[in-house]
Write a new protein. Structure first.
Length: 258
């Protein structure tokens, strides 16, 4: 199999962000859920709200609202100037949790929504039951920053290369469709990710898209890649497509935050 790798420079937009710009930060892996000693991606996410004291809501559905994930979120974001809260479907309402009968009202009052990693397929099924897809689309169109890592990255795309069936092999999973194409996180850290994605492309089961290493975040405005940043000096992201039956990878230039 021929793999062509070439540098692709991402064009940055210097114009100021308005309230209505639709923005998503897709993180391949890392941040407070994987790199507790490396704050660079968490700080970057908060900076993209462009608020001095942003309201940030964490949605840990993909792990069944794991207590460990919630604890990690609050212990991490307590270090920063922000107002953290969370949305949990598997736990009784508690301190700083969003009421389940007022989800839309509360999410539309946030500055950023961060979706955690875990089982993407199960997460999307729960969201469908609670009509969260439609609410998140309103949130996105209102200019509130969306993002997350792993499941919280690929869920925004048309499709993801997902391991949600736990069979040690990627399978195509339809996402929310806010971003066109596909997304595969953990592109460098799990040995099966790259070859499995290539096979899904060649079989036509998944469209061209983005492969994101751990430690890399991609900022989208609308459908355009605005910036690629990393918390690890060698981490990268790629546009991955099929051309004349061959997989082609174009490296996205990442700015190291360290």
């Amino acid at each position: 199999m021929l793999i062509c790798i070439e540098k692709l420079v991402v064009k940055k937009v210097n114009s100021p962000i308005t309230d209505m710009v639709q923005r998503i930060v897709a993180i391949g892996g890392g941040g407070f859920l994987m790199e507790q000693d490396n704050p660079l991606l968490d700080q970057y996410f908060l900076q993209k709200t462009e608020k001095s004291n942003p309201k940030v809501c964490f949605i840990p559905t993909a792990t069944g609202d794991s207590e460990a994930f919630l604890s990690c979120f609050y212990s991490t974001f307590a270090k920063y100037r922000c107002e953290p809260s969370h949305l949990a479907f598997f736990r009784k309402p508690g301190t700083r949790s969003i009421p389940l009968n007022e989800i839309e009202q509360y999410l539309l009052n946030q500055d950023a929504i961060y979706v955690g990693g875990g089982n993407t397929r199960a997460m999307l099924a729960v969201w469908q039951e609670w009509n969260l897809q439609a609410i998140l689309k309103k949130v996105w169109h209102s200019g509130i920053l969306l993002g997350g890592m792993s499941a919280g990255a690929l869920c925004w795309f048309d499709y993801g290369g997902s391991d949600s069936t736990w069979i040690n092999k990627l399978s195509p999973l339809r996402g929310l469709g806010f971003l066109s194409g596909s997304c595969t996180p953990h592109y460098d850290s799990e040995l099966n990710r790259r070859p499995d994605l290539h096979q899904l492309l060649k079989s036509g089961e998944i469209p061209s898209g983005i492969g994101i290493d751990d430690g890399v975040a991609i900022l989208f405005e609308g459908q355009e890649v605005i910036e690629v940043v990393s918390s690890r000096a060698t981490a990268k992201a790629y546009r991955v497509s099929l051309e004349n039956g061959q997989v082609v990878e174009q490296e996205l230039m990442a700015r190291y935050l360290g």
